[in-house]
Write a protein that binds this ligand. Structure first.
Ligand code: C2E
Ligand code: MG
Ligand code: MG
Length: 662
């Protein structure tokens, strides 16, 4: 046996055997070629599918024979000249050619020809090589040793005595059986290999299948954990959001309203405290299952956190009936460690149109907020989100997204309004006022978009943009030889943001050419600054950087005096309302007078806003306030318009006159 390169075990039916050897190396080497062809044929029979082309083997044999016989006969002729033996041997060779050619011409199925060939070659090996060739070789040996041809023949015959032919026949028989066995073995081996291959394939397929099944199990488990609450088996927050989304998409043509209910158990903390966490969890599971049974067809139930549940109803008309059903169910006692437990709940309800542009997160947030209000106003019962409120909420959400886009797409602009000394005409500074260049609605005023976001963190980003844009503009004006001070407005949320001072410092550091003293920050007096100590600290830290502060719209808040007393601001800006009304109402004049008095008492600078007319200016000058801002001086303008305004601006002659009188 030997291993072939396909790594399959292969039998050599005729392993090269010393008995085959003639003692003449050249001849033996060539005989080996024949043995190799024979083995190849044997392998062919063992193989399925068969590997050998019949004509190819026959051609090969003819080639082999033509070459080998020629060489061999030359050796015989050389030693034994044209003796009888040589001639006989030559004739046997010719018979071989004839036989092979006969095979070539045979009109029989390939396998039949190959089988006959195999048999013939085996016999050829036995009779010709083992017997005739060896005898010739021995004769040659004897002749070369000095014997006459006749003596040599006798000697050779003696060497391969008469029993040799019997031996050869016996050997042939054994080889015949052996080869049949070997071929059978090879067939079996091949069959076994095929079975093994098939087994491996099936096994791998099974393994793959098993792996796929396992993976899909994991997938299901993961999916379960992602969308379901393991405690109750109900959906979790993600699950119900997915459900709402599907409902909104699927039922978009359904008429009427759907409903989303957010509900919270009123007494769950008691259950927790009385029975322990484990029992309380069990109670949630029990209640969840009962509620699931009490659900209206097409409805969905989720547990979104601790003792908070969400119900989605396709038909908003069913809300009351559904809530009653849930209330009744929760009121039925559950047995917990031998004790009866019941609960009540509070709920917030949002009705939504299937065809509206609702989104699931917003609806759920609205339901949560309504629940929050319900807990304060209607504990143990439920509240509906008002349609108007819902619209406003949606508008705010949309605006917020738009503003984020606006920031990203650079749609904000700064307009500048001068603050001047009415008497000397000196330009004290500019107030930067934000505008939104809306792609569809045109230029929007701050009142159109700031109020909806003053409590949202985006106001901080916008505020930072304003500070940076103002500093950039100052740098540009500096380049044009115009050294201007600018004030910016910031929201309370930004001032109190923990990173405010650090970020302001970072922005200032990017403008080393602009002295921080030229920047003023306006904070609204009405702003809920909450903890005044905190605001004071921030202002002091900013002032340490060089930045100054103004208290905007002064006089409108309830705590003007305490703000004024505590906050270390340099400037008070009198709210435009007092100025505007000063012409009609003496009361307002008194307030103006009081504010001006206060500013002096507390040693603060003063700017009056809302100087819409020349008369307003005259009144203010008369009261001792000469620094002002208003339409009568200039409306807020784009930065580019400022140089031209400054070139032409002059205080009104009546203001000069008024100042002389004051
Ligand atoms: P404010 O800081 O008190 O700004 C003065 C407002 O009064 C400006 O309105 C200005 O255009 C307007 N105004 C100026 N002179 C007159 C006048 O003679 N008559 C009348 N009727 N109005 C006058 P604007 O630009 O619409 O800003 C409104 C408010 O929005 C500002 O009041 C300020 O509180 C806020 N704001 C403006 N820009 C920003 C900003 O960048 N950030 C923040 N957080 N708030 C800003
Ligand atoms: Mg202001
Ligand atoms: Mg103001």
């Amino acid at each position: 046996m030997l291993e072939d390169n396909s790594e399959n075990l292969v039998f050599e039916i005729f392993p090269w055997n010393r008995n085959f050897e003639t003692g003449i190396d050249l001849i033996d080497q060539q005989h080996k070629t024949l043995v190799e062809i024979l083995n190849r044929l044997a392998r062919h029979f063992a193989c399925n599918p068969p590997e050998l082309g019949c004509n190819r083997v026959l051609d090969e044999l003819l080639d082999y024979a033509a070459f080998h016989f020629e060489e061999e006969e030359q050796i015989w002729r050389h030693a034994l000249s044209d003796s009888r033996q040589t001639q006989d041997h030559h004739d046997t060779h010719q018979l071989f050619f004839a036989q092979i050619r006969e095979f070539q011409g045979r009109q029989a199925p390939r396998e039949e020809v190959l089988t006959a060939l195999f048999k013939y070659l085996t016999r050829w090996l036995a009779f010709h090589i083992l017997d005739s060739d060896r005898k010739m070789a021995l004769t040659v040996q004897a002749v070369e040793g000095g014997d006459t041809l006749e003596q040599a023949k006798v000697w050779a015959d003696k060497q391969l005595n008469s029993s040799a032919s019997i031996l050869v026949a016996g050997l042939l028989d054994i080889y015949g059986k052996l080869s049949a066995l070997a071929i059978q073995l090879m067939r079996e081996q091949n069959a076994r290999l095929r079975v093994e291959e098939e087994l491996t394939r099936v096994q791998q397929q099974h393994i793959r299948q098993a792996l796929e099944e396992q993976a899909s199990d994991y997938q299901q488990q993961l999916e379960f954990l992602a969308y379901y609450d393991p405690l109750t088996g109900l959906m979790n927050r993600n699950g119900i959001i997915r459900e709402i989304k599907t409902t909104l998409q699927r039922d978009c043509s359904v008429e009427g309203e759907g409903a989303l209910i957010s509900l919270d158990l009123d007494n769950f903390y008691e259950v927790n405290a009385r029975f322990g966490e484990e029992a309380a969890d069990r109670y949630l599971g029990l209640l969840g299952r009962r509620w699931l049974d009490a659900l209206y067809p097409g409805g969905a139930l989720a547990r979104v956190s601790g003792d908070e549940f969400v119900v989605l109803l396709k038909d908003g008309e069913q809300v009351h009936a559904q809530l009653e059903a849930l209330r009744l169910t929760a009121g039925q006692a559950c047995d917990l460690g031998g004790q009866a437990v019941t609960s009540s709940f509070t709920a917030g309800v949002v009705l939504f149109l299937h065809d509206s542009a609702n989104d699931a997160d917003t609806l759920l947030r609205q339901a949560d907020q309504t629940l929050f209000h319900a807990k304060q106003e209607a504990r143990g019962s439920w509240l509906f989100l008002e349609a108007g409120e819902q619209r406003q909420y949606r508008f705010r959400q949309k605006r917020l997204e738009e503003l984020q886009q606006a920031l990203h797409n650079d749609q904000f602009r700064l307009y500048y309004q001068p603050k001047v000394d009415l008497c000397s005409g000196e330009l004290i500074g500019l107030e930067a006022l934000i505008r939104w260049q809306h792609p569809e609605q045109g230029l929007l005023q701050p009142g159109d978009f700031l109020p909806s976001i003053e409590h949202h963190l985006i106001i901080v980003d916008i505020g930072e943009w304003v500070i940076e844009a103002a500093l950039q503009e100052m740098r540009r004006w500096d380049g044009q030889g115009l050294r201007l001070n600018v004030s910016v407005n910031i929201a309370a949320l930004q001032l109190l943001h923990p990173a405010f001072v650090r970020r302001l410092q970072a922005i200032l550091a990017r403008f080393p050419d602009i002295a921080p003293q030229r920047l003023d920050i306006e904070i609204l007096e009405t702003a809920t600054l909450g903890d005044l100590d905190k605001a004071t600290e921030v202002i002091l830290q900013c002032e340490a950087l060089g930045v100054s502060f103004s208290l905007d719209d002064f006089g409108t808040g309830y705590s003007s005096l305490s703000y004024l007393k505590q906050l270390p601001v340099q400037t008070l800006k009198i709210d435009q309302g007092f100025v505007l009304d000063s012409l009609q109402d003496n009361g307002n004049i008194s307030i103006l007078r009081a504010i001006i008095g206060l500013s002096r008492a507390f040693n603060r600078n003063l700017v009056a806003e809302g100087v819409e007319t020349v008369r307003h200016g005259e009144v203010l000058i008369g009261l001792g306030c000469t620094v002002a801002q208003g339409y009568a001086i200039a409306k807020p303008m784009p930065a580019a318009a400022l140089i031209e305004w400054k070139r032409t601006w002059k205080p009104h002659p009546r203001w000069l006159a008024a100042s002389l009188q004051a």
